[in-house]
Design a protein. Structure first.
Lengths: 242, 85, 201
């Protein structure tokens, strides 16, 4: 229902937590029930608003990790100095409620008929909208070629690990690797991109999401490889204040 | 504090303009053009500050004043909105 | 009408703070959030100067000269307009009185100007008489660039947006002129005890 999300009332709605899944020691997925949810497009996010008993309020944006047609799901990484993420990743339990506004976004989105080949580059929790895109691609039986380059600190930090296990996913573990690891073991640089990203000649569409420094360095690397800036969509997550 | 981008204020932009705005093409007074999604965004302070990615001049400022959102667009030379389907 | 989320409290809050020290609408925290309107400037100390400008006259200190000035250590409460307050913060720096002693002036107002283009305005009497400092040490350590280092203005009796980060000088004026946030709707004066957050409060 893309039309409903581009133009229509965008109001705060109550979201009730149906289930929580601890993906990693720092990351938790919240499956939400939102009455009147209009459906969403892969790559969109919601704004989450929490109100305390004394009226104190905080708001943050979280990407949807589920595909169009699936109920809304957010995956939150706990930032130690955060004021919302510690609550969502530690305190929240099924039955709890907060407000969401969304779905939001029209730039960092992928619909099956946008084509490809698709090159997805995710740093840390930047993988959340990528899972929505991958699921949508699968659900829509798209024939578009896809590759996800996913950078995490250690194997324990890999979110959606079992699901992101196919040959289309290339991991790099930047801080520590398990014994016998034969994959990439460094931060993404242009050489790594040259080996992993689709060649420019194939007309790829790139999505890059994660901390600001990751996004800027990967986007610059893709431009160096010849990707047209307008074929690179970027979404920066903050490293603080979430 | 690292800057975010216009995606982070998709909700505020929708609230202010009444429609999806991250795809709107913004033209800075310096001549740079690009989608609002790609502007630099600074959040969390007394207001939301949106800057041109090229010249870093302020393009938009949003301040919540007593339940009203005050919008300053003086740094924007032009804004082109894609058609709604 | 919003939904209250069970168990949500927000930033680590000090619920035991003496209410007499907490202005209306504020919450006390032990955190020190970093809030910005642009990238963090990084002026090297050998290029840094501080100036007082009075019409065409300018008195400038280099970092070396500035750090040779007598300093004071102060412990103050600070109040940000975004509703968090932090009590008993410790700073060290030069009193604005010391700086203004070097300049002949009878201005009514100052405009603080900073690296990155930020400005904020204050009445002269709110930065004199022991009410304001240009500080470069926080909690015994050199002031971090994220928090305004090398030096920032400190005017604790007003909302903290008046304590301009990355301050490079004060311009003396006859009329009050709105600075950065004041131009966008924040109060020209900003007294947290009268909750003067926005123009018209």
């Amino acid at each position: 229902m893309a039309g409903a999300t581009l133009h229509g009332r965008l109001t705060w709605r109550v979201a009730t937590v149906k289930a929580v899944v601890d993906e990693t020691p720092r990351v938790r997925t919240l499956e939400l029930e939102v009455p009147g949810w209009p459906g969403h497009v892969a790559g969109q996010h919601v704004d989450v608003r929490l109100t305390a008993e004394d009226g104190y309020r905080a708001e943050r944006a979280y990407s949807l990790g589920s595909a169009p047609g699936e109920p809304p799901v957010i995956t939150v990484e706990r930032l130690e100095d955060g004021e919302v993420s510690p609550y969502l990743t530690r305190e929240v339990r099924p039955g709890d409620a907060f407000e969401v506004r969304g779905p939001i976004g029209g730039y960092f989105v992928w619909r099956a008929d946008d084509g490809g080949p698709l090159f997805l580059a995710a740093g840390g929790s930047g993988v959340v909208p990528m899972r929505a895109i991958l699921r949508h691609r699968r659900n829509s039986m798209s024939m578009v070629k896809v590759r996800l380059l996913y950078s995490s600190r250690t194997i324990e930090d890999v979110i959606y690990r079992e699901e992101l296990d196919g040959e289309e996913v290339v991991h790099t573990l930047t801080r520590a690797q398990p014994p016998g690891w034969t994959g990439y073991a460094r931060r993404v640089d242009t050489d790594l991109l040259r080996e992993v990203a689709w060649s420019v000649g194939e007309g790829p569409l790139a999505f890059v999401c994660g901390p600001t420094s990751f996004v800027e360095s990967v986007a610059a690397g893709l431009v160096e490889l010849g990707y047209a800036p307008r074929r690179i969509k970027t979404e920066r997550f903050g490293t603080t204040g979430r | 504090m690292e800057a975010l981008d216009g995606n982070a204020i998709g909700g505020i932009l929708y609230h202010v303009f009444g429609r999806e705005m991250t795809m709107a093409q913004a033209e800075c007074v310096c001549g740079a053009r690009g989608p609002l999604a790609e502007c630099e965004v600074y959040l969390g302070g007394p207001g939301v500050v949106v800057r041109c990615r090229v010249c870093h001049n302020i393009v938009m400022v949003f301040v919540e004043v007593r339940e009203m959102t005050c919008v300053d667009l003086s740094g924007l030379r032009a804004l082109e909105l894609p058609a709604l389907h | 009408m919003s939904v209250v989320s069970r168990g949500f409290r927000g930033r680590r809050r000090d619920a035991d703070a003496d209410p007499a020290r907490v202005p209306p609408g504020q919450f006390v925290t032990h955190d020190f959030p970093v809030l910005s309107a642009g990238t963090t400037p990084h002026t090297p100390l050998d290029k840094w100067t501080f100036s007082i400008e009075n019409g065409g006259v300018r008195r400038t200190w280099t970092w070396k000269e500035f750090s040779a000035l007598p300093t004071e250590s102060v412990t103050v409460d600070i109040h940000c307009v975004t509703r968090w307050s932090k009590l008993d913060t410790t700073w060290e720096g030069v009193s604005v009185d010391t700086l203004l002693d070097e300049v002949e002036q009878d201005a009514g107002y100052v405009l603080a100007f900073c690296d990155g283009g930020y400005t904020t305005n204050l009445p002269l009497e709110d930065v004199t008489g022991g009410k304001a400092w240009v500080v470069y040490t926080y909690e015994g350590e050199p002031l971090d660039p994220e928090h305004g280092g090398p030096a920032r203005l400190l005017v604790p009796h007003l909302y903290f947006w008046k304590s301009a980060k990355w301050v490079r000088g004060l311009r003396l004026l006859d009329e009050d002129e709105p600075g950065f946030w004041e131009t966008y709707g924040y109060h020209m004066y900003g007294d947290p005890w009268r909750e003067q957050r926005y123009t018209g409060d």
